[in-house]
Design a protein around this ligand. Sequence first.
Ligand code: SF4
Length: 318
Amino acid sequence: MRDVSKIFHMGSMLSRIRITAVEHVSFRVGPGEIFGLAGESGCGKTTLARMILGFEEPTSGTIALRGRDGQPIVGRRAWRRAGVQAVFQNPFETFNPLRQVERYFFETVQNYGLAGNRAEALERIERALQMVGLSYEAIAGRYPAEFSGGQLQRASIARALLSEPSLLIADEPVSMVDASIRMSIMNLFRDLVDRLGVSVVYITHDLATAYYVCDRIAIMFRGNIVAMGNVDKVLMEPKHPYVRLLMECVPQTDPKKRWRAKVQLSASETEEYLRAGCKFAGRCPHAMDICKQEVPEEIYFEGQMAKCHLLRVSQGVQ
Ligand code: SF4
């Protein structure tokens, strides 16, 4: 993504306001990489995902996609066919409760023209299911309610893999499954990346799972990426005040640290989106006059990027 912005207009004709839901966002996801996109709800991460999936057009900027062979995939139809697929939060909403799960698989094979006959289709479906630890026999003739949440999410991932995409967009893929099987789904993503070379954009508000599975991470706040880099650096040595506060909210095993600090809730999401200067200034414990006037620039410091005036002032970083 290069310098991508998305503007929405809200309200009536008389009181219209412009919300920049995604503002000058740039990042690259490498082959076989899990890239985390994290932040609280309303930060713009889902709008970004929708643009990558081709459901929304960016207002400005460019999004480009390469296949697993390294060649550019041109055109939105080709993107949807072989380039990028999605795995959503709730597998029970992905599948209609009144339809057998296998029908979704045959439908996808047919829609994408992935097989010439039923035997070829079955072979392809079996291959995709085996990649996630299932088999055709395990899903044949069964309805969604006959699966556990974890099994159904695996089936949803298998369906996304049918067209052999180069990129998976995983939008909160483990937030609706039991904690006991969350790790097995996370490990499955890591395994798919290692075995197939597929890239994953992992969208979440849960920094603990992001830390566990991601290679790199971008933290979003009100449409902006405020910090980005290797996941260890960004989360364990945070340079941006917002990331530091988020990390203090991650549940701790040490009871003394457990409820240490909370990120203060915003007075109004819209107010923060419309704020000049740094959008986090209303909640930042370090806010200075300059923060309310000037948008902080990207500063690269000790192996990570952070958009914050404080780095310049306190560390003298240019
Ligand atoms: Fe806080 Fe200012 Fe940095 Fe924004 S730019 S995070 S308000 S110190």
